[in-house]
Write a protein that binds this ligand. Structure first.
Ligand SMILES: Nc1nc2c(ncn2[C@@H]2O[C@H](COP(=O)(O)OP(=O)(O)OP(=O)(O)O)[C@@H](O)[C@H]2O)c(=O)[nH]1
Ligand SMILES: [Mg+2]
Length: 328
């Protein structure tokens, strides 16, 4: 069965609504219709996937013992990553990507140390940005140094930036002309994609795991465009007193009694401080936060508090809200 060269789905000409669809008369092509439309018209179409198939895929990769790159979006890094790490072999490189989204004032060393806080024990840790072409040479060298066989896998949550990274490897270190489909929607890659970089190195891009409780699964494309930061996130600090709320667009509201809160959210989201209003359809979460912790609104961003306090975070139903040791 032929696979789509953009997303790895098995190509088929029977059901237009299903993944891998290609018109009967386009059978000499290798790109499914969905990938063609994303790559040429930036047209997004959501695919609803179950994690089981993707977790089974991780387990099969683990059995091989081959070198695996765990790709983590720095802006959304949190302890959930252990849920993926437990399905990975010990031959693991941890790759924190999207470095360009976090303030430059934070050192890469501090970010690297976060892997210890998460309880990970990789062979090495890299901080990179595929968009800004940062750290890619060192990572590629490390792949060649640590590879156990010619197969090297890239795994991680959906939208972490796996396929974008592979596309950069293809354009910088190979003569291939293939472009893997990337998009801001979840589940862009649907099957394993083999990229023969050299005779002795085949990179395998894999479908990302869906992170339960991520706000990106609950919003429409216009909100998604605002939620996902495109450039360095500019932190905003508010002094909040009783009877005041901070709004993150229409997506979250934060009530504190007396604190200094620094907000790290996409610059495209409207943030404002208002007098507290009682009416809201958002769901409240009471969160005990300490001074060295962030409150994470999963998929949306995070808040650093200056003082210990019980803070109420309102957000969309089914979105996970929790604390983590401060990233910055
Ligand atoms: N700012 C920034 N954005 C990035 C970077 N790498 C990837 N992205 C963006 O992140 C989004 C997801 O990228 P993909 O490469 O499709 O992610 P993926 O991990 O392959 O996702 P799945 O195929 O769904 O598992 C896209 O909008 C990319 O443009 C980066 O280094 N910096
Ligand atoms: Mg992908």
């Amino acid at each position: 069965m032929n696979k789509c060269s953009g997303c790895g789905a098995a190509l088929q000409s029977i059901t237009p609504k299903q993944e891998g669809y290609i018109k009967e008369d386009a059978k000499n092509k290798t790109l499914c219709e969905r990938c063609f439309r994303i790559q040429n018209y930036n047209e997004y179409k959501r695919v609803t996937k179950e994690n089981k198939e993707f977790i089974d895929n991780l387990e099969q990769i683990k059995q091989t013992g081959d070198l695996t790159l765990l790709i983590v979006d720095l802006f959304h890094m949190n302890q959930n990553i252990m849920e993926i790490a437990k399905h990975c072999s010990d031959n693991l490189l941890l790759v924190f990507t999207k470095r360009d989204l976090l303030p430059l004032s934070v050192s890469d060393e501090k970010l690297k140390q976060y892997s210890n806080i998460l309880g990970l024990n990789p062979l090495d840790v890299f901080v990179i940005s595929a968009n800004k072409n940062r750290g890619l040479d060192d990572l590629y060298e490390a792949i060649k140094l640590y590879q156990k066989s010619k197969y090297v896998y890239l795994v991680g949550y959906t939208n972490a930036g796996k396929s974008t990274l592979v596309n950069h490897f293809i354009s910088h270190y190979s003569n291939l002309s293939q472009t893997i489909t990337t998009s801001m929607l979840s589940s862009t890659t649907l099957g394993n994609l083999e990229i023969p970089m050299q005779e002795d190195l085949i990179l395998l891009d894999t479908p990302g795991i869906l992170e339960e409780g991520n706000i990106c699964e609950q919003v429409d494309v216009s909100d998604l465009k605002k939620i996902l930061p495109k450039k360095e996130v500019k932190p905003i600090t508010y002094q909040v007193k009783a009877k005041q709320s901070i709004w993150i667009d229409h997506l979250a509201r934060i009530d504190s009694q007396n604190n200094n809160l620094t907000l790290y959210f996409s610059n495209q989201l409207k943030m404002e401080r208002t007098f507290k209003q009682n009416e809201t359809n958002l769901v409240p979460h009471k969160i005990q936060v300490c001074a060295n912790e962030d409150i994470v609104i999963l998929g949306l961003g995070f808040i650093k508090a200056m003082k210990d306090e019980i803070i109420t975070v309102y957000t969309l139903p089914d979105v996970h809200v929790f604390t983590r040791k401060s990233l910055i």
